[in-house]
Design a binder for this molecule. Sequence first.
Ligand SMILES: Nc1ncnc2c1ncn2[C@@H]1O[C@H](COP(=O)(O)OP(=O)(O)OP(=O)(O)O)[C@@H](O)[C@H]1O
Length: 266
Amino acid sequence: MKAGMQHQTSFGTLAGARLSYTVSGARLVKGIDCVIEPGVPTALLGPNGAGKSTLLHLLAGVLHPSTGSVQLDGEDLSSLPSRTRAQRVALVEQTVNSGQPLMAFDVVLLGRTPFQGLFASASADDFSIASAALETVGMGAFAGRLYETLSGGEQQRIQLARALAQQPRVLLLDEPTNHLDVGAQLGTMRLLRSLGSDGFTVVAALHDLNLAAEFCDHAILLDDGAVVAAGPTEEVLVPATIRKVFGIDAAVLENPLSGRPLIVFR
Ligand SMILES: Nc1ncnc2c1ncn2[C@@H]1O[C@H](COP(=O)(O)OP(=O)(O)OP(=O)(O)O)[C@@H](O)[C@H]1O
């Protein structure tokens, strides 16, 4: 970890209480209780349409719950000014268009916006924090490239760097590995795990159960907008639950390289 990436406090417990979200008469999230602790990398799992993205947006304060609340260290997220919230919580979305022709470095620098005055430009500190974030995700060589010209996987890593430049207590990621090759997937998951070890609160929506089993200590499994199981990943990802939620036969072995659970499917 680069020095610029260290966060400043050990706070960061994020809790959703009786969270529900209804839009156009559809109840997408149905009374979810969840707690995400700093230092415990957490996977948000579930089939397509289970409500993972919606829950992440609620936990980030981007969406407002229809009922229930999200608390960060006991403070209601909705009571925080949006600038304060952005200094504490960063969301990495699945795909993000910059909307204008920005260099990759400038996209990362956007992560510093919550720390800048209304008409102030980026400080030397902002530049060095953005540079460190870019290096942390292994994208230093791409600083001067037009963001729109980057591949999906490269853009995904730039978005992760932007979130790191925010120096948040809480990092929420929506399928952070879906565009990445296998080496880059493992690199990103190792980085998230090391951020967790450094005391960040990290929660990632993932489709790959084996990435969750390998790198996440805690898992929250959703189906149809509700929590089916939550707890230590190896207790959540058991064959009976996988069968019930995903409708497939699975067995859990031991990964001979890491000793972590390895899920095989038929
Ligand atoms: N504005 C909306 N109106 C009605 N339904 C919606 C709306 N937005 C999302 N949904 C539905 O809510 C459900 C949950 O969506 P969400 O994106 O949270 O699921 P997800 O678990 O992240 O799915 P995926 O794994 O496919 O990304 C889906 O069935 C989706 O079609």
